[in-house]
Design a protein around this ligand. Structure first.
Ligand code: HEC
Length: 108
């Protein structure tokens, strides 16, 4: 090896060492908490998954008291649309309210 090859080798080793030093930061794993709640399956669950998970977690629904009737859930869906601007089509409001009242309210 002549002098210039040694220089290149040193540069290469130096570069690899620098990459190696950077590796731990790049490999840092950030563990997000697993989603603890999911919508119960059944008729209407697809609508809920489509319409009710874009802004907040399912916990907002599952942590509501269980003694609420259909009217409460319908008002809740309408509030998401009118007050918070959820893009819920009008013809899906009843389907959503039924699903929510059946699974998280008093309508069995
Ligand atoms: C456009 C965003 C958006 C969408 C979509 C949305 N929500 Fe909400 N929701 C909100 C906001 C904002 C709050 C109030 C958050 C707070 O007070 O911290 C909220 C709160 C709630 C609460 C807690 C009680 C309350 O009235 O504040 C419930 C229950 C709820 N949402 C149900 C639903 C259901 C059911 C759907 C699907 C039909 C839905 N949300 C879709 C924005 C949304």
């Amino acid at each position: 090896m002549n002098h210039s090859n040694n220089m290149r080798w040193a540069l290469l080793v130096g570069t690899l060492a620098a990459l190696g030093a950077a590796a731990p930061a790049a490999a840092l794993k950030i563990e997000l908490p697993v989603e603890t709640a999911a919508f119960k399956r059944g008729p209407g669950a697809d609508a809920a998954n489509e319409q009710c998970r874009t802004c907040h977690s399912v916990d907002y629904i599952t942590t509501q008291p269980r003694d609420k009737p259909l009217a409460f859930w319908k008002a809740e869906v309408e509030k998401m649309k009118k007050v918070y601007g959820a893009p819920i089509p009008d013809d899906r409001i009843d389907e959503l309210a039924d699903y929510l009242a059946r699974n998280y309210g008093t309508d069995k």
